[in-house]
Design a protein around this ligand. Structure first.
Ligand code: ADP
Length: 496
């Protein structure tokens, strides 16, 4: 029985970790950069340096590609049973799970996302992704072909070879898992360049991969900047495929580099300006919750954020009032305080960019109902911001903001909103909220996007492919579909 003197139940403690300076992983060795240069990775809550990280450039990328090539051609990797590759991926999943508190803290420190989110979303999705692709390793099969003549003909799905992977800072652990899972399951070797803003968890997971027994050179991690290390990787003559997630503009640069070097295979997961469409017959409270989550989650730093929120005119005022009240109540602050829902933007640059969009919204005549300013006087915290009366041609309705800024537009009927929803260069995701399933299916078919959510938002699963129509990307990540981006098909025909 509780007494007055019983100690209060203690909340789980999540202290900011201390992190030593970091090296890079090349050919199974932890080394400094060839140039001796380092860069600072900073804490977005205060702009202070967390630690220094070896800064990779062309020479380091060259060395990493050589190591990956050797592991692919000659190492135990190429001769390893597929089931053994799957076992290693499962062991990596186990290791990530065993270190989930440490990794969540490191992710929140480097990126600024609330630790509650790292623990509830990033870590479980990351672990599930490694496990999902572990299962695929020994199930990648070709076909036997009934071709004419006295021949035996079949296909083999072989690994592409050395894969370069460039990831962004918004979901560092998860983007690494989306890239590593299918690449390793299919038998490739890889060189990863994490984002310069968030290199820490990639390096820690690489250490875990080494500990669970991935052979030297199969996994190489070279931190560094985009125009140097990233460009060296995407333009490398001995990299067989490049997988990139980031901005559409950078995706074009990566694709050009691939074309101008060795025509390496390219998969891209890029930006979005996703329509989130609420009909008057929807469960309004669920739609408010979904719109709020679909925009503000991860400080608004999601490529699939529901950043064009279309609300049908009959419920527009009620909806706007409800979602604005929620935004007003959102708790912004220290990511290591479990009760906070929103941390800082990742960097000064992103902070300024988002503030620039808020200014543009005001100048273009949108109605700012809440937010619009910075929180505190240090770090990159921005108030959750809601604009109503947004028009299609306004800058905030056309360009990707990547911040906690909601733009609400009004619409009349289904035909109109399908047309307006599709009036964008992007096509990453879309959502529709309605109780009318005929209408839901009409919208799901009519919206040109790689993912359409119906009465939900941001539902991700390792088994469900994700990627963009139009300028939101090339190819699909996750699910069985991702495997085709990590294999070459070989036809073998034998005379009988
Ligand atoms: P953001 O501006 O949000 O950081 P980017 O698309 O620039 O988005 O960054 C995503 C990833 O692409 C990062 O790892 C970054 O270093 C890398 N990158 C940036 N520029 C280039 C480039 N020119 N070539 C290859 N990679 C790049």
């Amino acid at each position: 029985m509780a007494t007055a003197t019983a100690p209060a139940p203690t909340k789980p403690k999540h202290a900011k970790p201390r992190v030593p300076d970091q090296q890079m992983l090349i050919g199974g060795k932890w080394v400094g950069s060839a140039s001796g240069k380092t860069f600072d990775t900073t804490d977005p809550t205060n702009g202070e340096t967390i630690c220094r990280v070896a800064e990779g450039d062309k020479t380091d990328i060259d060395l990493a590609v050589k190591a990956a090539r050797a592991a692919f051609e000659f190492g135990p990797w190429s001769k390893m049973d597929a089931a053994e590759r799957g076992r290693l991926l499962n062991k990596l999943a186990d290791a990530v799970e065993a270190h989930k508190d440490e990794l969540a803290a490191l992710e929140s420190l480097d990126n600024g996302k609330p630790i509650a989110d790292s623990l509830a979303a990033d870590l479980p999705l990351t672990i599930a992704c490694y496990r999902y692709y572990a299962g695929w390793a020994d199930k990648i099969t070709g076909q036997t072909l009934p071709i004419a003549g006295p021949y035996f003909s079949y296909t083999r799905h072989e690994p592409i070879g050395v894969v370069g992977q460039i990831i962004p800072w918004n979901f560092p652990l998860l983007m690494q898992a989306w890239k590593w899972g299918p690449a390793l399951a299919c038998g490739n070797t890889l060189v990863l360049k994490p984002a310069e803003q968030t290199p820490l968890t990639a390096l820690r997971v690489a250490q875990l991969a080494q500990e669970v027994g991935f052979p030297d050179g199969v996994i190489n991690v070279v931190p560094g900047y985009g125009p140097t290390a990233g460009a060296a990787l995407s333009g490398h003559m001995d990299v067989d495929k490049i997988a990139f997630t980031g901005e559409t503009g950078t995706g074009k640069i990566v694709m050009t580099a691939a074309a101008q070097s060795n025509l390496k295979r390219v998969s891209l997961e890029l930006g979005g300006k996703s329509p989130n469409i609420v009909f008057a017959d929807a469960d309004l409270d669920a739609a408010v919750e979904g719109a709020y989550f679909g925009l503000f989650f991860n400080q608004g730093q999601c490529c699939c954020a529901g950043s064009r929120l279309f609300v049908q005119e009959r419920v527009y005022d009620e909806f706007v009032a409800k979602v604005t009240a929620k935004a007003k109540a959102r708790k912004v602050g220290d990511p290591f305080d479990l009760s906070n829902e929103q941390g800082p933007q990742v960097s000064q640059e992103q902070f300024e960019r988002v503030m620039g969009y808020i200014d543009a919204g005001k100048k273009d005549g949108a109605n700012m109902l809440v937010g619009g300013g910075r929180v505190g006087d240090k770090g990159y915290f921005i108030q959750p911001t809601v604009f109503s009366d947004v028009k299609d041609e306004m800058k905030i309705a056309r360009e990707e903001i990547f911040g906690p800024v909601m733009s609400i537009l009004k619409f009349k009927d289904a035909d109109e909103v399908i047309a307006r929803g599709n009036k964008t260069l992007y096509g990453l995701a879309a959502a529709v909220w309605t109780k009318d399933m005929q209408k839901a299916l009409r919208l799901a078919n009519g919206l040109r996007a790689g993912t359409v959510w119906v009465n939900c938002y941001d539902v991700f699963d390792a088994g469900a492919p994700f990627g963009g129509f139009k300028m939101s990307g090339v190819g699909r990540e996750l699910g069985q579909y991702a495997l085709q981006h990590y294999t070459e098909v070989k036809t073998v025909t034998m005379a009988l």
